[in-house]
Design a protein around this ligand. Structure first.
Ligand SMILES: *Cc1c(COP(=O)(O)O)cnc(C)c1O
Length: 421
């Protein structure tokens, strides 16, 4: 296979994937190591790259990132355990827990292992201060404005649950418990709206100057976009960096010492490395519409149903060749779930859309591109469908990094229960 180093480029054939299909069946997630590596290198100007693992939390992907000195963000106890299994340690703030609350189990583990916390509420400060005075923390600030047209992904402003609204109130609690304030964090996700990003950078500088605490770092958060659609422009990382670097310099000048600049991407590092390989199992006409139904559903790839997200789809014959034809038909692509929203071509308000695809046959393959982020990690067992396999391709060799879940494993936690008659 041509390794798709030129992102989004359709592969000419998937012949060397056919043995994988034999072994694991479809659908399968496949990730390309070389792309992950290239994406890390694109961010090398930032002092710290901290991966938001919720985008794709497979332990073997985390190990890959760790090899390139990427640090890690965890948002649950499970993600902390994944980071530990991948070899990250709580030392040097390698793992940071970010949240707007602690559940009790997570709080005790964090205190036990002394994991730095990015705090999103005053209650969290009180809770950790009481049992772990002197603990290392960051403050996640809500700058009182957000960004994004999708209400479900907005991370700032008064309709967002994230971050601290009034950080000066936090300072008293920090002092009370002698907590150690390491840095200030904002995750707004300006995308490639540089005018908006400038506003976020200014809000960061304003907050740090106003708080006037002796911090060591600032974090620009995540939200760096990738081109899902061929029309989408690529983000200008140089410009992104310059805006944040400028904010960092202003803060550094005010505090009179160097400030470390962190970035916290999820999607940017992993989305383009991944594809979802599926098989066409049913084709049916419904009035004027043609439905092509594949063997993956929104329990596997959630984004189109949840956000109306677009993923490029390419079609391959059962022999593994890209189906090249000028003649396309308007196709609605859906999955197997007993749920009418199980459609991969839809708007963010749930209206069906058509995609121009070649005339397909049963047994052809459809590949969903750029599904490395928020693909496997958002999957569920809905409709009692087991989680599918994840494969990592490195140097043209394939490694199973997650086995397909067996039905027995999926049902285990229920079958072991005995209720007396
Ligand atoms: C989800 C998340 C990120 C990563 O967002 P991307 O859009 O995937 O880059 C970074 N930081 C925090 C706190 C997040 O919740």
């Amino acid at each position: 296979m041509n390794i798709p180093l030129k992102m989004n480029e359709p592969y000419t054939n998937i012949k060397n994937i056919l043995p994988l299909i034999k072994k694991h069946y479809t659908p399968i997630w496949i990730y390309y190591y070389e792309i992950i590596k290239k994406k890390i290198q694109e961010l090398n100007k930032f002092d710290v790259i901290r991966y938001a693992q919720k985008a794709c939390s497979n332990i073997n992907i985390l190990k890959t990132l760790r090899k390139y000195n990427v640090k890690i963000d965890a948002v649950s106890l499970g993600e902390i355990e994944r980071a530990l299994l991948a070899g990250f340690t709580p030392n040097n703030h390698e793992i940071i827990f970010t949240g707007d609350l602690f559940d009790r189990e997570t709080l005790y583990k964090i205190v036990d292992l002394n994991i730095t916390v990015n705090i999103g509420s005053i209650n969290m400060l009180e809770q950790i201060g009481k049992i772990s005075p002197g603990h290392c923390i960051w403050l996640r600030i809500n700058p009182k404005f957000g960004h994004g047209h999708n209400k479900k992904t907005n991370t700032g402003g008064e309709n967002s649950k994230h971050g601290i609204w009034n950080p000066s109130l936090a300072i008293d609690t920090i002092k009370k418990y002698k907590l150690k304030l390491i840095g200030i964090h904002m995750h707004i996700g300006s995308g490639s709206d540089y005018h908006h990003l400038k506003k976020v950078c200014d809000a960061m500088v304003h907050t740090v100057l106003q708080l006037n605490q002796n911090i060591k770092s600032i974090s620009a958060g995540g939200g760096l976009p990738i081109p899902y659609h061929c029309k989408d422009k690529k983000i200008d990382i140089e410009n992104y960096f310059l805006l944040w670097d400028n904010a960092r310099k202003r803060i550094s000048k005010h505090l009179n010492h160097p400030i470390e600049l962190e970035i916290e991407p999820g999607r940017f590092l992993i989305a383009e490395s991944g594809i979802l390989l599926t098989e066409v199992r049913t084709i049916k006409k419904m009035g004027k519409n043609t439905f092509v139904l594949i063997n993956a559903g929104f329990n596997d790839l959630m984004r189109p149903t949840m956000y109306g997200s677009y993923h490029k789809i390419s079609a391959y014959s059962h022999t593994g060749h890209l189906i090249k034809t000028k003649k396309t038909i308007n196709t609605i692509v859906g999955g197997p779930l007993c749920e009418s929203g199980d459609i991969f071509t839809q708007t963010n308000t749930g209206d069906v859309l058509t995609r121009k695809l070649p005339l397909l046959k049963i047994g052809d393959y459809l590949i969903f591109h750029n599904t490395g982020a928020y693909g496997a990690s958002m999957s569920s067992n809905y409709n009692s469908r087991p989680l599918i396999a994840e494969i990592l391709c490195k140097n043209n060799k394939f490694y199973t990094i997650r086995k397909r879940q067996s039905i027995i494993d999926m049902l285990k936690s229920e079958t072991e229960c005995n209720i007396p008659e």
